[in-house]
Design a protein around this ligand. Structure first.
Ligand SMILES: [Zn+2]
Length: 140
């Protein structure tokens, strides 16, 4: 079996891709996963080598429910010719981790703390795949 070769620009000094690269590679395949510590059970995001809760290196990848709650929202004002306004949110996932993202499918000013959202994979500001959120519908 041939070894997998990685673009040297994609790797740092190590031989294996770091957790950020693993996360990005999963996203590129349409998979949103976060880490979970095998020692203490804490969910971890951003991707890390060591669990920030207990210091274990036993971090595996799991699929989160994708459900979360808006913690904070900012609208960045931008001229239409530069792409128009966009929002930046902090989302608390059910797993207890907080991530920075964006909410689509709702007016920027209607996004408020406490709004229930669900994750999907959309296009990030750089054109690459990114985790984005949409308001959760049909809760009733
Ligand atoms: Zn841990």
């Amino acid at each position: 079996m041939a070894a997998i070769t990685l673009d040297s620009e994609m790797t740092d000094m190590k031989n294996s891709p770091g957790p950020d690269a693993v996360f990005a590679a999963k996203l590129a395949e349409g998979v949103f996963e976060i880490q979970k510590c095998g020692a203490c059970g804490a969910h971890v995001f951003h991707p890390r080598v060591i669990c920030p809760t207990c210091g274990s290196a036993d971090l595996g990848w799991v699929a989160p429910t994708g459900r979360g709650t808006i913690y904070a929202r900012t609208v960045v004002r931008r001229k239409p010719e530069r792409g128009g306004d966009y929002n930046v949110v902090l989302v608390d996932l059910e797993e207890g981790v907080r991530m920075m993202s964006r909410v689509d499918g709702i007016a920027h000013d209607e996004i408020a703390a406490g709004l229930k959202v669900s994750a999907s994979i959309g296009e990030g500001a750089d054109g690459g795949p990114a985790v984005v959120f949409r308001p959760e519908r049909g809760a009733s």
